[in-house]
Design a binder for this molecule. Structure first.
Ligand SMILES: Cc1ncc(COP(=O)(O)O)c(C=O)c1O
Length: 461
């Protein structure tokens, strides 16, 4: 029984392999949800006494579970069940989660427009032409063919200054973010300010790396980076400058200048998440911040929006001074599929990537216009806000109606997200309310789109 920290949990320890038994029992308790995320475990001495075993056995067991990610250990606040662990609860037999008829949620399950034929053609060419050395474990920083192709592409399309030696291939922005956080910690930075609206999964990645993540307020000019000056402890800031996620605004020119000036003055680092920079519909996309100051910006890009999340291919461009720490944080075995890297490299080099993005841009622009038309002329306060960009749009709602609209959406088989789902838990409660829904207009097929828009029209006030 874990009783001393208020945790009441029965643990069965059998046989002589006490450490393996305790580790297995705790892992299962976390996995099954019997120990909820955030639960503080008893001190090692107390648990050892409770169970009548050596304290070193308990310490080793906690260390192993911390290393596996089931637990977090923080100086001063003990050992707790990690937040990202998703308890595996049995589903009630009579309540199969219904799949929405129209999935317009950011991060929707499907992705209808994967460029199957050109991707297969690139894969065929890439695998056919690969030297036999390409079939080994490879460089954890990434295959040079892809780093070279991306360096040219990012410079041309996003104004990023990216020498191939500074590019690191990852299996997603979230993967790169974890690596960056680990690297920054070794450089003495353990506080990263984040935008008050953002993905909770990213906050969890940083939190799991023992980084503090104070929120930066977001308004129609993007993140209020002038507040960084007051956060003396913040050594870095994670931003989505080209298209704030999910509110949809660009970081205003004076704020772009301000954040770079802050970084230069304090030795701070800007983590630039350029997740959908290729997609702007009303004018040419704003270039990346990184191009203005490659020494103070870590740039993150991904194939998740421009091609599909299933590829799990992304990249970061790292300033010279952080390269050794990033290489060390990535380690020697963390390599992304080399064959997929070679395929993407061919996809970029042969122009298939540009053609795909150009074609998708036309489709997404049309869909966003149709969304704007569906939203126009409703109750006061219902309108599309944010820039004409990206793969999702925000529909603002009259104050106090977000939950009601989400309820109606769910009853009509429509999956959208409420803007409040993206709010940082520590954000200032005094902020004006932001009732709105976030609508992903990119993932579903052309044939399903008109019905989804009609369903949306049906639930808006
Ligand atoms: C803000 C933001 N950044 C980055 C990504 C891409 O993440 P990943 O490359 O891990 O798929 C997404 C995808 O939803 C996103 O919304």
């Amino acid at each position: 029984m874990l009783a001393k920290a208020g945790v009441d949990l029965h643990l069965e320890l059998h046989g002589t392999r006490l450490r393996a038994g305790l580790t297995g029992a705790l892992r299962e308790a976390v996995r099954s949800g019997r120990l909820a995320p955030g639960t503080r475990l008893p001190a090692t001495r107390a648990l050892a006494e409770d169970l009548g075993i050596a304290r070193s056995t308990v310490t080793e067991c906690y260390e192993e579970l911390v290393a596996e990610g089931w637990l977090n250990a923080r100086r001063g606040s003990g050992t707790r069940v990690a937040d990202r662990v998703q308890p595996r609860r049995p589903k009630p037999a009579d309540d199969p989660a219904p799949r929405p008829q129209h999935d317009l949620e950011p991060g929707a399950a499907g992705y209808a427009d994967f460029p199957r034929a050109p991707w297969l053609a690139s894969a065929k060419r890439a695998v056919g032409a690969a030297p036999h050395t390409a079939f080994g474990y490879g460089d954890p920083l990434g295959r040079i063919e892809l780093r070279t192709a991306l360096s040219e592409y990012l410079n041309r399309v996003r104004g990023v200054y990216a020498d191939p030696a500074h590019l690191v291939i990852t299996s997603g922005v979230h993967h790169g973010l974890g690596i960056a956080a680990r690297a920054l910690r070794t450089e003495g930075i353990d506080t990263i300010a984040v935008e008050a609206f953002g993905l909770d999964i990213y906050r969890a990645v940083l939190h799991d790396e023992n980084v503090d993540i104070p929120p930066l307020m977001v308004d129609t000019r993007g993140a209020r980076v002038s507040d960084l000056g007051d956060m003396v402890e913040a050594g870095a800031a994670l931003l989505t400058p080209a298209h704030q996620f999910p509110t949809g605004y660009a970081l205003a020119p004076e704020r772009r200048a301000h954040v770079l000036e802050w970084a230069r003055r304090t030795g701070g680092v800007v983590l630039e998440d350029d997740y959908d920079g290729e997609f702007r519909y009303d004018r040419r996309p704003i270039g990346a911040l990184q191009g203005l100051d490659p020494d103070h910006v870590v740039y993150f890009g991904t194939a998740s929006k421009s091609i599909a999340p299933a590829l799990r291919l992304a990249w970061m461009v790292v300033p010279e001074r952080l390269l050794p720490a990033v290489a060390h944080a990535k380690g020697r075995v963390d390599t992304v599929s080399i064959l997929d890297q070679l395929t993407l490299s061919d996809f970029i080099r042969t122009g298939a990537f540009d053609r795909h993005v150009r074609a998708r841009r036309l489709v997404y622009r049309r869909r966003r216009d149709e969304l704007a038309a569906a939203v126009a002329g409703r109750t006061t306060g219902v309108r599309l806000v944010g820039m004409a960009a990206g793969l999702q749009a925000v529909v603002s709602l009259p104050a106090g109606t977000e939950a009601r609209v989400l309820g109606a959406a769910s009853r009509h088989g429509l999956a959208v997200a409420g803007l409040s789902e993206f709010l940082h838990p520590a954000a200032d409660p005094e902020w004006p309310s932001h009732d709105a829904i976030v609508v992903n207009f990119a993932s579903i097929s052309d044939s399903a789109w008109p019905r989804a828009v009609a369903a949306l029209r049906g639930i808006l006030p």
